[in-house]
Design a protein around this ligand. Structure first.
Ligand code: MCN
Length: 764
């Protein structure tokens, strides 16, 4: 699709509403007579709950009811929804310990909710929550996944001995053993992909209402799509899905964090039903740090075997994923299936084997976070490849080029069972090398050296699978209304991705009508289809939108034929007007709709797409302070046909900075002795700053249309994270290697780099 209309280059359709404060977020849904919830959260990492005394809290003015773990048990709200249902090593299934929606016997992380106060004002609820008296019996805590696996570690769940929730594998262990036996060189790295707090701008929140007339629960909540929510709450509350009605409009960021049904919301459902009133809860930021799911948190040992010519023979990964105190809905899939699916990266590697151990620790649960395991695996593979190039004294671009999956091998079946659609890896790489002036780096490094700075060059060539949806079909309904307005309904849900603009553009371009006449309405009608996640909305809902718009033309032709007394086969359609072929008889879509408003459904099943790209970066480190600046960022991305280049660029910029945030400053840190979070506010948890970037991120599209969907698009929402994390890290390593620093873990904070530089000086 081409970017022809002027408005495509301007502001997004939704921007005026969003930037003028006219958006409607979770906290903006206020219902008559609503009550307010506040949660009592564990102030310790691991303990038995001896008793919870609610007497004083109940006497506090305005308090209606106090719920505890006993109420969650009595309601049967004890099983959290988890999407993993596939077997692991030796056919074993993942252990899914029960999780009462309020902790009943034990608390397993600081912030674990164990009581809920409902009162007639938020302050009354909060004050009363402080009057709830909890007696704990403290238990030793463990906040690190490797430590949790060690013998003698504190045990979190009796159902999961050794804290091992799931032992999963993919690829062939024997083939890898044989490949390593043949190797002339093996590169090995142990890498930390740190725990981060996604921290969207909007605080998490929900208002619930129970409707006795038809026994339905209504949730007004920040989400990534209504169907994922309905499915989960129906499972938790053990009611049919149609009894759960989800309402949402604007969502202020999510990054994977809001696809889950959180325990708090389930308790609010229960309270709304019992108390006959809506119940609202809006998180605070510090509460969010301790109860919104975290991301990544993997410790990976990776090995790459090479032959004499620098050809890759095999890769072995030992992956330890920290799940936190409980499973989230998505974390276990993000750290098994997703990294397996693209473990081979863009390379032809005959033997692959990954062992993935998911481990419980006394920390906040980990869920999908922008890229959901794909940035993690790309990080490991791309670090290994650049490290191997260094060890073998090869140009890292040349080593990549040599090992790319050859063009004629597509569609490529990987040793871990994915089928990659065609990509043009060489084109992407060569363009990126040119775009970044790869050859001119040595001169730029000299110049930096003269200024007393350490300059490094980083590269990553990555691919990821997007869009393994939970539902095997996506539907979009279009209403051509009597007013002439065209409304398209989707169940995917924008959290900032600009769907109203991009999907509106798909409808407007297909119908040849001004986009002002088109409205995208998300989540107001129940249709079949996926939530927004896994960068699949364009591929799925976007393709269904296109199909629905084509149906508008088809259906419109038969209706117009009736009005004009012709045969549908005689009708032509262009730019909003139906015309009987070879005559002057015509009617506009607007006039037709005035007479005969109509509705059509577009639907289809759309497979995974494989966006890929090459990001080449340069950093400059000041050895006197350890401060790093990104001095060049050049991205060439293949996301198939581009619907809206400005949005794609925005997505890549946002994701690149999100990756940069993790690489340079963000990290959730727990105190190993007490299990307390040491980074529970933005004073300690450092979000990326604009100043880290000296020049703007430059981006080029290198589109090779996808064959797996109607639009020929590939997902792009996460690819910036997948590419930036390894590319920036490779640049930092390249800057530090001349000093003898060979491995250092993210985040590359000024203090950490300064120390590394000082220590290396001592050794030299
Ligand atoms: N697009 C396009 N052409 C393409 C591909 C995409 O014009 N070939 C446009 C789309 O029309 C859409 C946007 O780019 O407006 C992203 O599309 P897509 O790649 O399909 O991803 P989704 O819409 O499914 O968004 C999900 C993805 C994920 S998984 C995370 S996490 C993430 C992300 O998007 N979270 C975000 N980007 C985010 N951006 C914002 N502002 N906030 C978040 O929480």
């Amino acid at each position: 699709m081409t970017d022809t209309h002027a408005h495509h280059h301007g502001n997004r359709v939704e921007d005026r509403r969003l930037v003028t404060g006219a958006g409607k977020y979770a906290a903006d849904w206020n219902l008559p007579g609503q009550l307010y919830a506040a949660f009592v959260r564990s102030d310790r990492a691991h303990a038995e709950i001896v008793s919870v005394n609610t007497d004083k809290a109940l006497k506090h003015p305005g308090v209606k009811r106090v719920y505890t773990g006993k109420d969650a048990l009595a309601a049967g709200y004890t099983q959290y929804f988890v999407i993993v249902n596939w077997p692991g090593r030796g056919g074993n299934h993942m252990i899914k310990p029960p999780r009462p929606m309020l902790a009943a016997k034990k608390v397993r992380h600081v912030g674990d909710a164990l009581a809920m106060v409902v009162a007639d004002s938020p302050l009354a609820a909060q004050d009363a929550a402080e009057l709830v008296e909890v007696e704990y019996r403290d238990l030793p805590a463990v906040v690190n996944a490797e430590a949790a696996l060690a013998s003698g570690a504190p045990q979190l769940h009796e159902e999961a001995p050794g804290n091992l929730a799931f032992d999963y594998e993919s690829g062939s262990e024997d083939a890898v053993k044989a490949a390593f036996a043949q190797a002339v060189h093996v590169t090995k790295l142990k890498l930390e992909v740190t725990r981060v707090a996604p921290s969207p701008m909007e605080l998490r929140g929900c208002t619930t209402r129970y409707e006795p007339k038809d026994d339905t629960y209504h949730l007004y909540v920040c989400i990534q799509g209504i169907n994922m929510m309905r499915k989960q709450f129906a499972a938790i509350a053990n009611v049919p899905e149609e009894k759960v009605v989800v309402h949402a409009q604007d969502v202020g960021g999510s990054f994977g964090q809001r696809s889950a049904a959180y325990p708090e919301y389930a308790m609010q459902m229960l309270a709304s039903k019992e108390l006959g009133k809506p119940v609202q809860w809006i998180s605070s930021r510090s509460e969010g740090f301790n109860s919104d799911t975290h991301g990544r948190a993997n410790t990976v040992t990776g090995e790459l075997a090479l032959d004499r010519d620098g050809k890759f023979l095999g890769v072995r990964l030992d992956w330890i994923a920290d799940m936190g105190g409980y499973h989230s809905a998505t974390g276990s899939a993000s750290h098994t299936r997703n990294p397996s699916a693209c473990m081979t990266g863009v390379y032809s590697i005959p033997a692959l084997y990954g062992r993935f151990r998911l481990v419980f620790t006394n920390t906040v649960p980990v869920a999908a976070y922008r890229g959901a395991g794909r940035p993690d695996v790309a990080f490991v593979i791309e670090r290994l490849v650049s490290q191997a190039a260094h060890e073998l004294k090869l140009d890292p671009a040349e080593l990549r080029r040599k090992n790319f999956i050859p063009k004629e091998a597509f569609p490529y079946k990987t040793p871990t069972g994915s089928t990659y659609e065609a990509t043009d890896l060489h084109n992407v790489l060569e363009r990126a090398l040119k775009f970044s002036d790869w050859k001119g780096f040595a001169a730029r490094r000299k110049k930096s050296e003269k200024a007393g700075k350490l300059r490094g060059l980083g590269i990553a060539t990555v691919i990821e699978n997007t869009g393994a949806g939970l539902f095997n079909k996506d539907q979009v309904e279009i209403e051509v209304q009597a007013s002439g307005e065209i409304h398209a309904y989707t169940v995917s849900h924008s959290q900032g991705q600009g769907h109203e603009t991009a999907f509106g553009q798909i409808v407007a371009d297909t119908l040849g009508v001004p986009q002002e006449r088109v409205r995208i309405r998300q989540g107001v009608k129940v249709l079949f289809g996926n939530h927004t996640g896994g960068s699949r909305s364009t591929v799925g809902a976007g393709s269904a939108t296109k199909l629905a718009a084509l149906k508008v033309i088809e259906q419109g032709k038969s209706l117009a034929a009736e009005v004009l007394e012709a045969e549908p086969s005689q009708m032509d359609y262009a730019k909003g007007t139906f015309q009987v072929r070879g005559t002057k008889k015509k009617i506009s879509l607007v006039d037709l709709a005035k007479k005969k408003p109509f509705t059509v459904m577009g639907e289809g099943s759309f497979g995974s797409t494989y966006p890929n790209g090459c990001h080449i970066t340069e950093v400059e480190i000041d050895p006197a302070t350890g401060v790093t600046q990104i001095v060049a960022y050049n991205a060439v991305d293949d996301c198939g046909n581009v619907i809206n280049h400005a949005i794609v660029e925005g997505q890549v910029h946002g994701a690149v900075m999100q990756g940069a945030g993790q690489i340079f400053s963000e990290q959730v840190v727990y105190d190993p002795a007490t299990g307390q979070m040491l980074t529970g506010s933005f004073m300690d948890y450092c979000m990326p700053r604009a100043g880290a970037l000296v020049r703007e991120i430059r981006m080029q599209d290198a589109p090779l249309p996808s064959v797996n969907n109607t639009l020929g698009a590939k997902g792009v929402g996460e690819s910036g994270c997948t590419a930036s994390m390894p590319s920036l890290t490779n640049a930092v390593m390249d800057a530090l290697r001349p000093l003898g620093v060979h491995s250092i873990d993210m985040p590359f904070t000024p203090a950490k780099l300064w120390h590394a530089i000082q220590n290396s000086k001592g050794k030299q």
